[in-house]
Design a protein around this ligand. Structure first.
Ligand code: NAP
Length: 465
């Protein structure tokens, strides 16, 4: 009986339940004339990865993509195994015995290093950890951030840097209407931060954030935006990059020029965007971070329009007790798979996991940030997953698959229960989801999140008596 027929469905395991995992599921469900069974494994009891723990609490619209994911999860051929960690609770050997194809969608959970002295001092934090903390990710529920500095510095000019700057300056009454974790609301209510300085190592045209997010910043009530006109004026060399600039970059430049030209009166809270500056040292004293030494940069544009940075001898001190490094996420190695340290991704060709000689590891695939690195918005994962699923279907047609033992996948839940794991299935998650929403309704908020795994499991146990 051919694999993919009603009597012998294609058995697929997806590791990770963020947008990449759910878009992979959605493309598999769309495949024509294919009988399929898909099991998704997730380390946390809750699904949706960065949609839940990365998207800013004041961006609820972006989170509505989960409504479509919920629909996919209703497919009778789909099962969700939450609270099951790949590599610990479930090994590659167990999976390869049970499935024809395995797709890893484990994302890029680490942060990139800045590589300057002082970056690990008290008061210098990773923006990715700050984001996970204020979004209630259980791994960071116990983290602490010392917000006792009037000025905070955010290194980086991406969307995460903008999110962090916005969360640090948005009035607490506004944040209290979101699903920001309660521990973060408490800490931000006591925060002394009044001014955020964002540092871009390249120019205004090279800012990594998207225009919509920058525009949103200009509309933030009670927060003044500042840009030094000189820093957004394209000098002779920089202007050579202009013909290569795409639409979003030109929009960003126009917005930044408008902010620079605006003579707005000073406000109680402010965000300043600086360009062509890099931290060279984070200075510390007995209390922790006490300042940053900045180098002014010169930009160089090559024949393809790529803009690189060269540090000059000009130095500038900046007093601050609080630094957030927001220079991008980085993938972490996945148990049993070849990892490319340079790109921070699993070695792959269009989503097929490959070995050092470029040969495909039969049956193994990747999708999302673990495949292409931490770039793009949520929707980027849709096209990315489509490409991976196309490879999977091509390999199915060619008969290139793992030789899963017939029926084994059906029993993987028993195997997990034999290991005494508290597996959280999709109906159980939906019950938790509803509970969070109800807790939120009482406070006119979208939801009040569970931030600890033990509390989630205890609530589920109490429900089943
Ligand atoms: P990102 O977009 O890659 O931005 C990283 C920033 O850090 C860039 O400005 C980069 O400058 C800078 N940087 C890197 N290394 C540096 C160094 N050594 N010194 C100084 N600056 C350095 O990363 P991200 O902000 O973490 O976002 C990750 C992805 O998630 C992005 O695709 C983003 O669009 C997406 N995201 C989207 C939203 C949204 O849609 N609202 C929200 C959050 C995140 P260079 O350009 O010079 O390298």
């Amino acid at each position: 009986m051919s694999i993919g027929s009603t009597h012998n469905p294609l058995r697929v395991a997806i590791i990770g339940s963020g947008p990449a995992g759910f878009y992979t599921l959605s493309h598999l469900l769309k495949a024509k004339d294919l009988a399929i069974r898909v099991d998704m494994f997730e380390r946390l009891p809750t699904p949706f990865g960065l949609v839940r723990a990365g998207v800013a609490p004041d961006h609820q619209k972006d989170k509505s993509v989960t409504l479509a994911f919920d629909k996919h999860a209703e497919a009778s051929c789909f099962r969700f195994f939450g609270n099951v960690e790949y590599g610990t609770d479930l090994t590659l050997a167990e999976l390869t015995r049970a499935y024809h194809q395995i797709v890893f969608t484990t994302g890029a959970p680490h942060d990139r290093r800045l590589g300057v002295p002082g970056e690990d001092a008290h008061g210098s934090y990773s923006a990715t950890e700050f984001v996970a903390w204020y979004n209630g990710h259980p791994d960071y529920a116990q983290a602490t951030f010392d917000l006792n500095s009037e000025r905070a510095v955010v290194v980086g000019m991406g969307n995460v840097a903008l999110d962090v700057a916005r969360m640090l300056t948005t009035p607490i009454e506004q944040l209290r209407r979101t699903d920001m974790a309660d521990h973060a609301l408490e800490a931000l209510a006591e925060s002394k931060v009044r001014e955020v300085v964002m540092l871009g190592r390249r120019g205004a045209l090279q800012a990594a954030f998207t225009p919509a997010e920058l525009k949103e910043l200009t509309e933030l009530a009670g927060v003044g935006l500042r840009v030094n006109p000189q820093e957004v004026t394209l000098n002779g060399e920089e202007a050579r990059a202009l013909p290569f600039a795409d639409k979003p970059a030109l929009k960003n430049l126009a917005l930044l020029e408008a902010i620079a030209a605006d003579d707005a009166p000073p406000s109680a809270r402010s965000i300043e965007l600086r360009f062509r500056v890099s931290p060279v040292v984070i200075n510390t004293d007995a209390q922790g971070v006490c300042g940053i030494e900045l180098a002014h940069n010169q930009l160089q544009v090559d024949a393809d329009g790529w803009v690189s940075v060269q540090s000059t001898d000009v130095r500038e001190p900046l007093t601050t007790g609080l630094v957030f490094k927001s220079v991008g996420y980085r993938g972490k190695p996945v148990d049993g798979l070849p990892f490319d340290e340079k790109t921070g991704t699993v070695a792959n060709l269009d989503g097929r996991v490959i070995d050092a000689s470029g040969e495909h590891h039969t049956g193994l695939y990747v999708s999302g940030w673990v495949k292409r690195g931490a770039q793009g918005v949520i929707g980027t994962n849709k096209t990315d997953a489509k490409a991976t699923v196309a490879c999977m279907l091509e390999d199915l047609t060619a008969g290139r698959m793992l030789s899963a033992a017939e029926g084994a996948a059906v029993n993987i839940d028993n195997e997990l229960r034999d290991k005494q794991l508290h597996v959280v299935d999709f109906p159980a998650w939906r019950w938790l989801d509803q509970l969070e929403i109800e807790r939120g309704q009482a406070q006119s908020r979208p939801r009040v999140k569970f931030t600890e795994v033990a509390a989630m499991l205890a609530a589920l146990q109490a429900r089943s008596g």
